[in-house]
Write a protein that binds this ligand. Structure first.
Ligand code: PAF
Length: 287
């Protein structure tokens, strides 16, 4: 069965107005395509919790801070549509760039301190571009609920705050990260890794787990904990740790001392591929 594919905003709105009139609960899973098992988990959750499942596939140029990253972003539309069909997606929205951005947008979503640290510090304009397209998709689809992966923790925190700040009546659901057997978080970017790089890639997750383990045993000095974790990344020419920080789970602000639940997040360059991951940390006695 081939999945319904819509490219034009007006057509999508008309299609979804029929679902809304029929009282259906609409879910949105926004994606940039190159769908993998992580997206599969988002689609499964959404499928189980709605009547009409919409998946958008749009590689959003506005959120790429480097042209080469945009050019190299994997595009696998036919396989993506097959995967949507297999997961019971009712409608795919696959707009051309000119449909989403007929001209350069002059109004975009500005992110204050939520975007200052972690990836926001190293990818100028990324979260502004991401939030702008997500707000556009929310307005185009007007779903009851939208699903996002917890792997992109800062993205999820920004989207949660954006819907609060702008009174957007959409429930936001976070879905846990899906991992390979050796712990590597599943990501579209993993496809770019060579065999040797793939072997080194889980070292980020191991370092993050080391942090969570130390915090669970009572360590509280963030500088000391992160210094030890960074030192655990193998000393290999193809690896470069961009950041490894412990932040407040909601505000994404760096902590100096551990006094409650927190998040350790990192970005590791493996050759020319940038991987990100995060792990929740709980001090002893917290659950
Ligand atoms: O997480 C992603 O794939 C993208 O940032 C999103 C949310 C689809 C917006 O382009």
């Amino acid at each position: 069965v081939s999945v319904e594919r819509i490219e034009i905003i007006a057509t999508l709105r008309e299609r979804l107005s029929r679902s809304k009139k029929a009282g259906e609960r609409i879910a949105l899973v926004p994606t940039m395509g190159a769908l993998h098992r992580g997206h599969g988990r988002l689609l499964e959750r959404a499928r189980a919790e709605c009547d009409c499942l919409v998946a958008s596939i749009f590689v959003n140029p506005l959120q790429f801070d480097r042209q080469d990253d945009l050019d190299r972003y994997p595009r696998t539309l036919e396989a993506d549509l097959d995967m949507c069909s297999a997961h019971g997606v009712n409608v795919t929205f696959v707009p051309p760039a000119a449909e989403m951005y007929p001209s350069k947008p002059l109004c975009t979503v500005a992110i204050a301190e939520l975007g200052d640290h972690l990836c926001g510090r190293y990818r100028p304009g990324h979260f502004q571009g991401m939030a702008t397209v997500v707000l556009k998709l929310f307005d185009i689809v007007q779903p009851h609920v939208a699903y996002f992966g917890e792997k992109d923790a800062q993205q999820l925190a920004i989207i949660r705050r954006m819907v609060d700040d702008f009174n957007v009546p959409i429930a936001i659901e976070g879905v846990p990260t899906v991992r390979e057997e050796d712990g590597l978080a599943i990501s579209s970017r993993n496809q770019r890794l060579s065999a040797d790089e793939r072997k080194l890639a889980p070292s980020l997750y191991r370092a993050l787990c080391m942090v969570a383990g130390e915090i669970a045993k009572g360590a509280t000095d963030v500088q000391a904990i992160t210094r030890r974790a960074a030192a655990a990344i193998p000393d290999q020419p193809s690896l470069r740790l961009e950041y490894l920080d412990i932040v407040d789970t909601r505000t994404m602000q760096p902590l100096t001392t551990i006094a409650g639940p927190s998040l350790v997040a990192g970005a590791l360059w493996v050759g020319t591929t940038r991987l990100i991951d995060n792990v929740r940390c709980l001090p002893p006695g917290e659950s």
